[in-house]
Design a protein around this ligand. Structure first.
Ligand code: TXA
Ligand code: MG
Length: 534
């Protein structure tokens, strides 16, 4: 059942809660899966629905700060924090009063209490007339829900209802601080920052588990810290470091995944051509990142990505600490610093057909660079692509052995831009992936410099993997003659082929440098100068 925030709906939702039901409610942080905190049986239903380990205690939500002492032993410190931050995204761990059933606190003698600021949450709690125990309303281990549709996705009809209060204002769960430890300890960072807390708790200690992986077997102060969390289905890596370094790093990894997805900062959305890109806030706006993070992780899942990179900043304070803490758990502490990675310097060479690109590749090899020719990769891959290409262009492009006759294919595919585009749709992704795999291997081997040559450097997304890109071009007449000689074509056929391709302007406007190949010694000198600029 989906409830709106109308008086009538809220009263109905509160009534279900008052009678032992389970209803998901919006809060300013994330949606909570609520039940009457004083009813052990109702609370057991939360653990069942979520698949939550029994040793992970729940937060008790109250509508009014004055109720604090009813359920926990309030200390002067607790009152000061309540005064400063409630209602709001702060949870305090205090000694538990007996009215709170053991199941809520997972057998501990402490209890987590929070007074949310979301007006809908507070109205529901007030109307229910009982404190509400509520963990985040997601299946254990998956990203927290920041919209009603996330809750519905995870639970469908397995709970009694969801109150749809729209997207959550803050987007990460509350800050959890323990006041029973000495010194007081930040167990989970959230929207209320360590800096804000230190004004009231000068001795505040930050639990080791906030940004570090706990050694096996070590006891967590907060049971929630030891469980795997927020994990998307894809194999996930967080990449820190400057935007350009990170983009090179990510754009070069391919290793045979079906669908690579990048979650990045808003400003970086154009740095990953050819990959699925999801943004989650401005690079310098941790509050926006906090709002966008869980939706981004869920979107990557919905997209079916099997490899996920998340751009991250290693914040050590502020709201950003909460974002970083969630990301570390989402990727299982699999973080790479792009700035510290060994990166092969890569020059990408492109240009229209017949411009003499391969001459540049030869010069590169003579000057100590590793080289990759996309055309060679294409020839190597062709057997694998045969079925797809024949399905598109007909079996008369096959020779007697069932292999593709490159000449027959070229005749059909390079006769007009539309046919060329159809071939490219089949070949570009496969070639780009194979080139990236070779590049990753060179990188792993510690290669210093490499040159890639590809006519579709830009369209296939390969240029994003390069440090520098260059268009090599020649005069029309020169190109015509080169193609006629190379491929045994008539003048007319050679013209047709040139005209089916992207115009020179396209190449030049999408690369860093352009160089006229007029076959002179000056051309070679200039080409070597560019290569050595790497
Ligand atoms: O923003 C939030 O806090 C959301 C909304 C719904 O209020 N709730 C939430 O609940 O995030 P949950 O269950 O997903 O996370 C509660 C965290 C867990 O890490 C849990 O281990 C910790 O609080 N916790 C609860 N009771 C505790 C206790 N007595 N001692 C130490 N940690 C406790
Ligand atoms: Mg949770």
């Amino acid at each position: 059942m989906i409830f709106s925030t109308s008086e009538k709906d809220i009263a109905a939702a509160a009534d279900i809660l008052a009678h032992g039901g389970i209803v998901a409610i919006p809060t300013e942080t994330v949606y909570g899966l609520g039940a009457d905190a004083l009813d052990a049986q109702a609370v057991a239903g939360i653990f069942r629905a979520k698949g939550r380990p029994a040793d992970n205690p729940l937060i008790v939500h109250i509508a009014d700060a004055e109720d604090l002492d009813k359920y926990a032993v309030a200390t002067p410190e607790a009152y000061r924090l309540a005064e400063a931050f409630w209602p709001g995204p702060l949870t305090m761990i205090l000694k538990k009063r007996d009215v709170i059933p053991d199941i809520v606190s997972a057998g501990l003698d402490t209890v987590a209490i929070r007074c949310p600021s979301d007006p809908t949450a507070r109205r529901i709690i007030r109307l229910a007339g009982v404190p509400i125990a509520a963990p985040s309303a997601n299946i254990s281990g998956s990203p927290s829900p920041t919209a009603a549709k996330h809750v519905i996705h995870d639970f469908a009809d397995r709970i009694d209802g969801v109150v749809d209060g729209g997207p959550c204002e803050r987007g990460v769960e509350s800050t959890v601080v323990s006041l029973v430890s000495d010194p007081p300890t930040l167990l989970r960072p959230g929207y209320i920052t360590p800096e804000q807390l230190r004004e009231y708790l000068p001795r505040l200690h930050i639990a080791q588990a906030v940004v570090q992986q706990l050694p096996d077997g070590e006891k967590a102060l907060s049971p929630g810290l030891k469980h795997k969390h927020y994990a998307p289905a894809a194999y996930t890596t967080c990449v820190t470091g400057p935007a350009e370094h990170a983009a090179r790093c990510i754009n070069r990894s391919a290793y045979g995944y079906r669908d690579i997805c990048v979650i990045c900062f808003d400003e970086e959305k154009d740095m990953y051509p050819g990959l699925t890109v999801i943004t989650y806030g401005g690079a310098d706006d941790p509050a926006a990142q906090a709002r966008g993070l869980f939706t981004a992780l869920r979107t990557a899942d919905a997209h079916g990505a099997d490899r996920l990179f998340v751009r991250a900043k290693a914040y050590d304070g502020g709201v950003g600490l909460a974002v970083y803490n969630r990301l570390l758990r989402a990727c299982g502490f699999n973080v790479i610093d792009a700035q510290k990675q060994h990166m092969t310097k890569v020059l990408g060479v492109t240009g229209p057909t017949g411009s003499g690109k391969s001459m540049l590749l030869q010069l590169a090899a003579e000057n100590g660079c590793a080289t990759i020719s996309a055309d060679e990769v294409y020839a190597y891959l062709l057997p694998e692509l045969t079925d797809d290409i024949a399905a598109e262009f007909g079996s008369d492009i096959l020779d007697r052995n069932g292999a593709i006759c490159r000449r027959a294919l070229a005749k059909k595919a390079f006769s007009c831009p539309e046919a060329t585009a159809r071939l490219c749709q089949i070949t570009h992704p496969a070639v780009a992936q194979a080139v990236k795999e070779r590049l990753s291997r060179l990188q792993d081997e510690g290669t210093e410099r490499a040159v890639i040559e590809a006519i579709a450097l830009v369209e296939s997304g390969l240029s994003a993997a390069c440090d520098l890109t260059l268009t090599v071009y020649s005069e029309y007449e020169v190109r015509l003659r080169r193609i006629m000689n190379r491929d045994g074509l008539t003048r007319e056929q050679a013209k047709e082929r040139i005209d089916a391709q992207k115009p020179l302007d396209y190449f030049i406007s999408h690369t860093d440098l352009a160089l006229l190949n007029d076959d002179t010694p000056q051309f070679k000198t200039e080409a070597v100068r560019i290569i050595s600029r790497l």
